[in-house]
Design a protein around this ligand. Sequence first.
Ligand SMILES: NC(=O)c1ccc[n+]([C@@H]2O[C@H](COP(=O)([O-])OP(=O)(O)OC[C@H]3O[C@@H](n4cnc5c(N)ncnc54)[C@H](O)[C@@H]3O)[C@@H](O)[C@H]2O)c1
Length: 337
Amino acid sequence: MKVLLAGGAGYIGSHTCIELVNAGFEPVIVDDFANSSPIAVKRIEEITGRKIRLYTIDVCNEEELEKVFKENEIGSIVHFAGYKAVGESVKLPLKYYRNNLDSTFALLSLCEKYDVNSFIFSSSATVYGMSEDVPYHEDLPTGCLNPYGWTKYMNEQILRDYAKVHPSFSTVLLRYFNPIGAHESGLIGDNPEGIPNNLMPYVCQVASGKLEKLHIFGNDYPTPDGTGVRDYLHVVDLAKGHVKAIDYSIENKGSIEINLGTGIGYSVLDVVNSFEKANGIKIPYVIDGRRPGDNATSYADPSRANKLLGWKAEKTIVDMCKDAWNWQKNNPRGYKE
Ligand SMILES: NC(=O)c1ccc[n+]([C@@H]2O[C@H](COP(=O)([O-])OP(=O)(O)OC[C@H]3O[C@@H](n4cnc5c(N)ncnc54)[C@H](O)[C@@H]3O)[C@@H](O)[C@H]2O)c1
């Protein structure tokens, strides 16, 4: 079965593409490389030994996107294509609302026209807002703190509404927690431009000497060591969750929200210590003030994913730290040659 991966050249999409090939699916990547590189697709081909069908298209451009549906019998869609920098979304809300919503409208309109009934969406734990009710389970009330988060919230609602009036349609709204790590080959990984927003790419750049020290935002949270606690999961485990979600959507109709996380919370200092132990590299850090919009603790209740998808994260924090560093060390400039 052909699976359209919108934004499939990105961090999570590229890892998912590999797992789909491993599971016998035929991925078709559509990406405009706004935040990725064609080299990622070459690397996927190197890892899988398979030629990957690629369309360099802006997913929001429905006319161009239709070509993909005309030329391929698409059985399922995974929609990764979106901008994801929270800080930028506050400064440039229209850019985020346009891209992250128009991409969904274009895909759904073509689903309707070409009768595609399986749709997996990259949502986020950000939809739980500042809730202190951890672990987060899918029935908690949702609400967001920034335009990026609202695009996830709105996309979920659009997909739920679409599913209500298309009885053959199935959508799985995957709420990711904090993916880190990289493929064990060290050939693909997270490729942030400029100074990273997320902890692990930052730690890796400190380890490589590119950045001087890690800035930890707040050590006075009500957590065991005072630093923020998050649910980090290996990107390969996350990728495997998509394969299970596609299988589920083929068997079940309607819409469902599903957390993908380990259910374990690690603090910033836990991650730093694990990285140092796993890779034998010291990470110098300083403590800065809290960052607005960060909550103390966020981790998943992953029982719905266990039960409905038969999915469970398998890799450990040590695997995550080793694989992240392996990628960084082998590709100090990311995909730039
Ligand atoms: N990485 C995380 O921590 C995280 C957490 C929760 C949710 N998500 C969501 O998961 C999805 C994938 O995240 P990622 O980390 O792989 O991000 P990414 O930026 O690496 O991948 C997104 C891909 O989409 C492409 N893209 C963006 N807009 C496009 C458009 N209009 N047309 C075609 N391609 C387009 C980019 O070029 C990129 O390859 C995003 O929607 C993100 O919001 C990510």
